[in-house]
Design a binder for this molecule. Structure first.
Ligand code: ATP
Ligand code: LTN
Length: 340
């Protein structure tokens, strides 16, 4: 298939902390699998990260770190476009245009906003946090993405993106492709190891909450061996809340080994929770070892990484500006008169 006849995919991760195994299983792992089939755009969504307070020095470092992890996880910069969201100003511009079209009621319903706002002091919640899904819609619609590979928590934001695209198309004529959400069959929602009823999240502060992609083998072992389970002693998949800890460990194991649920359960027949935890430690460390090796090669090669991001921004700009020009024309913004 030629580049132009391929369907397009866009996705992104916020440089808001250390990437977790949840980010890997819900997002990165599917991205790597899709790079052969789709024309792919993967961005580090720094403008999303600043919807909550960030330290400027850390934000810059995390942005490079996340980009390096994209490559270390297996994305090939010669096949996919890797870029930093704020390097392509069309994102912020389209986000503003869509903000003027987005009913407040739609935004007020977003569960991620409610969850994140609940964790902050009322008077410090930014209007950017409320508008976050509109920026995400702009990210996706600028590239006329057919599909968006994300974890389960982003389903509602994708519906919002489609609704907004439909609204624009209805008001100004067909402009945007309506993107489909692409959720992995296993690993779409990895839960916290300290609290298997809440989603594993990179901005959660506690020590025993997550497996981070750059954790040492001994840190992985410590956090997995401490993971919350139950006292039933039964190793099987289950959606009963009391069994969420075991379900989560089995899910991590299953997603990393690519086994079916049946095969996974069969592997642990007659075994105890300690055996399951040890096996999870083994597969996690076997996955992280080559990723971390590659990461340490890339992160110190500043020129290599910056070159990839510069080329990525160039390529992304071409696509994004084409869509933005069309949008501006349709809504009646006066062109500069300069041909670009
Ligand atoms: P934050 O805590 O800063 O909100 P996050 O860890 O939830 O961050 P995002 O940057 O918002 O991560 O998400 C990046 C991608 O990773 C999204 O596609 C999201 O659905 C996916 N993802 C995040 N956490 C998980 C998880 N626990 N399980 C599966 N997928 C996840
Ligand atoms: N909102 C997403 C991150 C994100 C994203 C995107 C994902 C921002 N823009 C565009 C897919 C496509 C999240 O995971 N919290």
């Amino acid at each position: 298939m030629t580049e132009n006849s391929k369907k397009r995919v866009l996705s992104g991760i916020q440089p808001s902390g250390n990437l977790t195994i949840g980010n890997y299983l819900g997002a990165l792992k599917q991205w790597v699998a899709e790079q052969e089939t789709y024309e792919c755009y993967f961005c580090v969504v720094d403008l999303h990260a600043i919807t909550v307070p960030q330290d400027p020095v850390k934000l810059r470092a995390k942005t490079r770190e996340v980009a390096a992890l994209y490559i270390a996880a297996g994305l090939d910069p010669d096949k996919v476009t890797i870029f930093v969201q704020s390097h392509v100003s069309a994102h912020a511009e389209l986000a503003w245009i869509l903000t003027c079209l987005a009913p407040m009621g739609w935004l007020n319903r977003m569960t991620q906003f409610k969850d994140k706002a609940a964790k902050q002091q009322q008077d410090t919640i930014s209007s950017g946090l409320l508008n976050y899904p509109t920026l995400m819609a702009a990210d996706i619609l600028l590239y006329q993405a057919h599909a968006v590979p994300v974890g389960d928590d982003q389903r509602q934001h994708l519906e919002y993106t489609r609704d907004l695209a439909q609204r624009f198309n209805h008001m100004y004529g067909d402009t945007f492709i309506l993107p489909e959400v692409m959720i992995p069959k296993a690993g779409a929602r990895i839960m916290g190891l300290d609290n298997p009823l809440s989603k594993m999240s990179k901005s959660e502060a506690t020590d025993s909450h997550a497996i981070y992609l750059l954790d040492t083998p001994s840190k992985v072992k410590k956090v997995v061996m401490r993971a919350v389970t139950d006292s039933l002693g039964q190793i099987s998949f289950s959606d009963i809340p009391d069994r969420a800890g075991i379900n989560n460990l089995l899910t991590i194991y299953q997603s990393l080994t690519q086994l079916s649920q049946e095969q996974t359960e069969a592997r642990f027949a007659g075994k105890g929770y300690g055996d399951l935890k040890k096996s999870v430690v083994e597969v996690v460390n076997a996955t992280l070892e080559p990723l971390q090796r590659r990461y340490s090669e890339i992160i110190d090669e500043e020129k290599y990484l910056d070159g990839i991001l510069a080329r990525g921004a160039d390529k992304a700009q071409q696509m994004a500006n084409r869509t933005l020009r069309e949008v501006k024309e349709k809504i009646g913004l006066l062109p500069t008169g300069l041909s670009s």
